[in-house]
Write a protein that binds this ligand. Structure first.
Ligand SMILES: C[S@@+](CC[C@H](N)C(=O)[O-])C[C@H]1O[C@@H](n2cnc3c(N)ncnc32)[C@H](O)[C@@H]1O
Length: 247
């Protein structure tokens, strides 16, 4: 392992595999967890679509007792496993390969679910490359997001939370309504603008559920990304700061 002065792991220790680098969107989740460490401390956490392992690793570093990390991509899981073992050798880490909830044992429920799943509205992007399943969310951007939302409520423990990102243009209202119908409280706690580079711009679908989430400024295009915090219903419900609420 190469660790530089900032504590960055620059190699993986796994021959033939280049490290995955965290998505820009994951940074919003990392910052939220750092501001509210009570969400992770002593908690049972799921990172769905772990990729680089950054969200599972953050949860462990902030005191999660055990983490389940899943992904479609076996290379991502090999590398995430290696990273998580170095961050918290004593922690209980379980990995699951497969699509969405199929990769999570059916009886598992979590205090905290983290997800930064593909929801870029495009049919395909650099076919054959990692980008195809890293970012692409289908024509309306909801191909992966909708199954995530459908399965989420029953995977949260009473008082549990989820923190995830999505592009506003793929339908933030739709997302919040679906969660409300399932009995979950959900709100946007942060937003950011992410520039869309030339490759993605060429692939961007014309469908936009919320056009105000697609911003043109100074000759560039930006997507507005939102950070959504979900709270399950229940008497032991915690506030989004991670502190216990008194009844
Ligand atoms: C935008 S990347 C972000 C990953 C991670 N949060 C990070 O920043 O490194 C999305 C991840 O979801 C995974 N993924 C895509 N579709 C999936 C699915 N249906 N089920 C599980 N994982 C999926 C991809 O392989 C990729 O690792």
């Amino acid at each position: 392992m190469a660790v530089d002065d900032l504590g960055v792991m620059t190699s993986t220790g796994i021959a033939g595999l280049r490290p995955f680098w965290p998505s820009d969107y994951s940074g919003l989740i990392v910052r939220h967890l750092m501001r509210h460490p009570g969400l992770c401390r002593g908690r049972h956490v799921l990172d769905l679509g772990t990729g680089s392992g950054v969200l599972a690793g953050t949860a462990l570093q902030l005191g999660a007792t055990d983490v389940v990390a899943t992904d479609l991509d076996p290379d991502a899981l090999h590398l995430a496993e290696d990273r998580l073992a170095r961050i918290a050798p004593e922690a209980r880490v379980q990995l699951g390969q497969g699509a969405m909830w199929d990769a999570v044992e059916s009886d598992l429920r979590f205090d905290l679910v983290l997800a930064n799943l593909p929801n870029f509205p495009a049919e395909q992007l650099q076919s054959g490359s990692r980008a195809a399943f890293w970012s692409v969310g289908g024509e309306d951007g909801r191909k992966v997001l909708d199954p995530f939302l459908a399965g989420l409520p029953k995977r949260l423990r009473q008082g549990g939370s989820a923190v995830f990102t999505q592009n506003r243009c793929v339908g933030l209202r739709m997302t919040l309504d679906r969660l409300a119908e399932a009995g979950c409280g959900a709100r946007v706690v942060e937003t950011a603008l992410v520039p869309v580079g030339p490759d993605k711009l060429a692939a961007l679908s014309r469908i936009s559920h919320e056009p105000e989430g697609l911003i043109e400024m100074a000759g560039f295009v930006f997507l507005e990304v939102v950070l959504v915090v979900v709270e399950s219903e229940g008497p032991e419900r915690r506030s989004i700061s991670g502190r216990e609420k008194t009844a």
